[in-house]
Design a protein around this ligand. Sequence first.
Ligand code: PHE
Length: 350
Amino acid sequence: MEHLIKNTKRQSETKIKSTRNLKDLEKVYIEIFGKDSLLTNLTKNIANLPKRKRPKHGQLINITKKEIESLFEKKRNSLKIQKPKAIIDITRPGQKQPIGHFHLVSQAIEEIVAIFSKLGFSLQSYPEVDWDWYAFESLNMPKNHPARDDWETFFVKTPPDPKYGQQVLTPHTSNGQVREMERVKTPASPRGGQGGPPIRMLNIARCYRRQIDVSHTPMFHQFEGLLIDKKVSISDLKGTFDYFTTRFFGPQRVTRLRPHHFRFTEPSFEVDVTCGVCLGRGCRICKSGWLELGGAGMVHPKVLKNGHIDPKEFMGFAFGWGIERTIAMKTDLPDIRLLYQNDIRFLEQF
Ligand code: PHE
């Protein structure tokens, strides 16, 4: 019997020691002191002992119970004290939040705006879903004209307006040209027209075309410049491009104008920039040494008329370039679709 009591005590001690939280400790308590526990059974067994042995064993069991109880008490207290161990250690270095940065396209937009604002161009914004009139017809592209095919347009299924025609997702930022002429003409306009030219507009917007491959995404961005004044020449246009390219791409890159055709400019050009890899000598990437930046030209008199500006008094130039393409030419991106795959491993490099 004495032996059994000692054993129960030892077992209880190990169990209490090995518990790690208060919940487990209470479970162990029930195991030891519960109805069917060893200790309870030992107490019950006293009745079966010869009378003279009963007091001694009774006492021994009571002492053991008290000892175990006090072990419980100690353990309970120590587990309760453990909690505050989780108190914040203010000497540990803090956890840094990962810091992001603007997307490449937003970075380029900021840079482009900053460069052109030095030349006095102010940023305007025009609708991304616009009337056929602004996107095509006012730009000297009559309905059903084959030149429209170049713009791979998405049409919006809404009833056409009798005057402005159907709505389209703007395939270029040139829809801002006649809108800007109208804005400056109207002194009462909320964005403060001064009654007419001069105009120095920069219009940056999303554009949409039915095209996708290494150099096209169905949604992309363009920046459009429009300058209208009394005397404007092609050398002003060329000078503007040179200013932009040397600042955006670096002083070693130069531009050239190549004759082209747009219905809304006369004469029209394509603007090329020397390749960033070979700097114009010709390499595997560019072949000729030149990369195409975008379209430009002197504003067509019909477009000025559509914007209620007298072509006898005023003239100007316009250009429209893709932002993604411009980025690709600066960073030697092989595929502009990378810009929209949201792969952090790619984006965090810039
Ligand atoms: N809108 C033309 C395009 O998307 C570019 C352009 C703009 C050409 C202005 C001439 C003048 O290709």
